[in-house]
Design a protein around this ligand. Structure first.
Ligand code: C2E
Ligand code: MG
Ligand code: MG
Ligand code: MG
Length: 268
């Protein structure tokens, strides 16, 4: 390690940095070949309608079926996929795969697909959606696009145009992880969301903390007054479910109702 304190700057060889750079490079190569070799899979998690008690739809959640590492979770590869731009192709693939799984005459089940801010910015999302719907005979009402508020940070007319374009197709638009970030309420007036997904943090807090419970109830009435549906994320206990039923929440999703599963395992 070389240090030059006299100039106040430090030149140090940091093995950890070198390792990270190398590991990153290897992971990037691995991600590219994973796309080629079709190693990504969609798992589906059920969303239950609380007024009918039946299946409302499924959320598509990407996994990487790695030849040696096994099933890799999105937290371990989506950040780098976003950094390198590979998420654009991966997201396009997810959209198609979900449409392939849920399309066709005999299937009316709804499916929700997550879209990254990078994919949102760098691809023609409307065209990709139209293509997926047409190619696999998926009705627009069967599809929901989930975005987080990160997409809205770049608050320009293009963002609004794309979001309105999605709604004009008849496709649903959900604001994911609502409440987890800065969650400007202005977003709700400016953008045409059809649904809010309350972040699981609040669903977790709700049963312990009265203020969180009040907040969840307020989000429910806010959404209802604005003509939006609400899905509670991360429902893990019967107490949480009970409280959400009593509060007239529209839909619930979480390990209590079902874990994400391969398409072949879900009962539609
Ligand atoms: P998300 O869209 O908010 O998805 C919900 C996450 O919560 C999923 O994690 C799901 O497995 C997990 N979850 C569901 N119920 C429970 C519960 O009761 N308790 C707990 N502790 N967790 C629960 P997962 O599958 O690991 O995905 C993590 C994130 O990765 C997703 O968060 C989403 O942001 C991203 N992601 C997943 N698939 C895709 C994709 O195809 N495209 C993009 N751009 N992002 C994706
Ligand atoms: Mg159909
Ligand atoms: Mg989501
Ligand atoms: Mg979420």
């Amino acid at each position: 390690a070389a240090k030059d304190d006299s100039r106040g700057s430090v030149y140090e060889f940091e093995p950890e940095f070198a390792y990270n750079a190398k590991a990153k490079y290897l992971l990037e190569q691995d991600l590219m070949s994973a796309l080629d070799k079709n190693e990504f899979v969609l798992y589906y998690q059920v969303q239950q309608n609380l007024s009918t008690g039946s299946v409302a739809g499924y959320e598509a959640l990407m996994r990487w079926q790695h030849p040696t590492k096994g099933l890799v979770s999105p937290a371990d590869f989506i950040p780098l996929a976003e950094e390198t731009g590979l998420i654009v192709q991966m997201g396009r693939w997810a959209l198609k795969q979900a449409a392939r799984d849920f399309g066709g005459k005999d299937n009316n089940t709804r499916v929700a697909v997550n879209v990254s801010p990078v994919q949102f910015r760098e691809s023609n999302l409307i065209e990709d959606i139209q293509q997926a719907l047409a190619e696999y005979d998926l009705a627009p009402e069967q599809l929901e696009i989930e975005i987080t508020e990160d997409v809205l940070i770049e608050d320009n007319s293009n963002t609004l145009n794309i979001l309105e374009g999605i709604r004009e197709l008849g496709v649903g638009l959900s604001l994911d992880d609502f409440g987890a970030g800065y969650s400007s309420l202005g977003y709700l007036t400016r953008y045409p969301f059809s649904k809010l997904k309350i972040d699981r943090y609040f669903i977790d807090q709700m049963i312990r903390d009265e203020r969180s419970q009040s907040l969840v109830k307020s989000i429910l009435s806010l959404a209802s007054n604005m003509g939006m549906k609400v899905t509670a994320e991360g429902v893990e206990t019967p107490e949480q479910l009970d409280l959400l039923i009593k509060s007239n929440c529209d839909e619930v999703q979480g390990y209590l109702l079902g874990r994400p599963e391969p398409f072949s395992k879900i009962n539609r």
